[in-house]
Write a protein that binds this ligand. Sequence first.
Ligand SMILES: [Zn+2]
Length: 363
Amino acid sequence: MFEVSCASCQSSFEFNPDDYIHLCPFCSSGFVIDAEEGAKDLIGDHYIVSSNIQKNNIEDIFNEWISKRYHRPERVKAEFSILGSYGVMLPFWVISAEAHTFWSGHSAKQTRYSGQTRDMASGFMKEEGRFSRRYRWCILARKSPKEHWGMERLHNPKEKLMVDWDGFPLDESLGAPDEGMQSLYESKQPFKYELANEIAIMGIQTKELSAVTRAKDQINEYHRRVAKTKIGTLYEHRTEIEVIGLHVVHIPFWIIRYSFTPKSVFKYFTTARERRLLVQGYTKAVLDAELPLNSSDKVMTNMLVCGTLAFVSLTLSVFLHPIFYILFIMFLLVVVLSAWKIINRDKIDQELVKGKENLEPLR
Ligand SMILES: [Zn+2]
């Protein structure tokens, strides 16, 4: 085991080879060690957002969330229990940037006047436009976003488009704080271990340069997809990104594990026994959750019930009256449609509310 001495207070502490910025547990300074010369460089722009959640708030937060979502709130106490929870301070590179996008393309819109015949050649219209947005784009400063559940997709854009990046705009992704409180970003303070409120602080592993590159790539891709929503066929897209500022911020999150043991007929149709919830430590917003009954559980129930009814109808049509054959066909149709829905089910459950009180992006 190696030790390293702090660049500020000279105390020695354990050297972690995975860390890019070394954090002194005695004076909270952060510094980078030059791999070749061994020189230590203190970093300045390091902040922390303190947690508004403590272990004894977890039950209230969970009960409030589940009571709003479960169709039988009076059964919540009997059917749900919290298995465990932990808080974690995760480091993010926060890149302040302005992005200016120009796009052009052809729309398939037909602008026809009465009496005019359809003209395929001139029916398409060329369109172009520009838009600009300002972000505080967050990139996790850890080697893997999979260490903690729910951290891989925190961006929840207003536009109807698919997100396959792990970065996110800070001001609109982590929920809104209680009324009268500062925004999450404004509440940050210069980094001090004491401000973590005994939540584990994760080390800073990735470099700022790779974070800036990834943020630019993600914003570029996001703007390309936004431009695509404005036009039938996108021909050209250019986004210029100007980086205005960069700092590293430790932000608190809580992960809650809970179990669901339904007392109703649903108990035969739920598969997973353990589910998870990701809660923002400052705003207390539920950012991501595994629901007690997801839509495929419901479709599965539907399929089994209608399957039974189809069988009964078929039996009745044979022994009682052929008219039941029509019912049989109807129930069978529902079964086939349900099965088809399960096979093609969406990976994203639309009922998931991610940071629902989104703020308007800056313009
Ligand atoms: Zn120190």
